[in-house]
Design a protein around this ligand. Sequence first.
Ligand code: PLP
Length: 393
Amino acid sequence: MHIGTKVVVGKGLPADDRTRALVPPIYLAAVYTFETAQDGADLFLGKKEGYVYTRLQNPTLKFLEEKIAFLEGGEAAATFGSGMAAISTTILALCNSGDNIIVSEPIYGGTFALLGNLLPRWGIEVRWAKAKDFPNDIKNKNLIDEHTKLFLTETPANPTIDIVDLEATAKFAHEHGIPVAVDTTFATFYVQRPIELGVDIVIYSATKYIGGHSDAVGGMVVSSKKLMEQIKDKTCVDLGGIMAPQTAYLFLRGIQTLVVRMDRQQENALEVARYLETKNEVSVVYYPWLESHPQYELAKKQMKGGSGMLAFILKDGKEAGKRFLDALNLCQVAVSLGAVNTLIEHPASMTHSTYSEEDLAKAGIDSGLIRMSIGIENIDDIFADLENGFKAI
Ligand SMILES: Cc1ncc(COP(=O)(O)O)c(C=O)c1O
């Protein structure tokens, strides 16, 4: 089956064996009863399969976990209350106090805050290497030691659209026995295939392309069964950051249209990127499938499309950017991404306001950078709205 079919039917239909329901039901039950006391004890010991309590497992969450593991090509998956819960749980599952992790920069502002504010309090050190020069920058800076427990990457990177070479990173990390995690929120299993490139852990903010409609917050992780035991059974269950079954249902529904949505979003995004390049007011456009992207060759090799995310810089800087954003009507000034609506934002004052000015400069995030998440609207209407922005500056 092609991926466009797999998203619709999963491993096969009907979705629910018991009732032959076409779509998976939402199991709201927090609690499941035991037939006998011994039955309960066996379930807790893992001698028997079944349900106990939704924080441990829930049938609707399991539907989603099985589906995303299948689509991603991984052995096992876990669902979380948000993308941040997925990221923090993964790190805490693999690191102890005294360990360090190597992270690609730039990275999403929320992740940056977790890494900078909380991890040091828990004794976990963060070492930075350039996303666009991963893994060479790790070698050059000699960052690995015996306490390095994880490489955490994000590609395309939020918000600069830098690309991490996943295959080279996985190869290098494995030579040192270190697992690699990638936040693939901007690309999804449709646009890039991290596990096939050797990556060990795939992380999502499902809030974005998986849901696709800006109406659900969640996170997911896909990995081997062995790593998942550590991430889910030994960490997520105790930290408690699980997804609600109602939310899992929205993601199961969202996944079914992901391929059609992303086809349109990528098509629109490439057109918008090309259009922005023709504008005198724009100094630079970052889009992975634009020939001018510094990592175009790698992006073409690693990604099956450019995704719907792009960024650009206006020649006249921040103030011009404000006028541009305020003049838009169709494109909504908002954070988040991956939705059917086109969203536009200013990372330095919004999604990446957790970075100081120095941090922004070090991570290569221009203070005037504007980030766009292109939706599925008719392209002519998007162009007409962007023209409003250009007139205003
Ligand atoms: C790349 C990336 N990873 C993780 C997150 C965090 O996800 P959530 O908001 O679902 O916690 C975001 C949010 O914008 C993101 O852009």
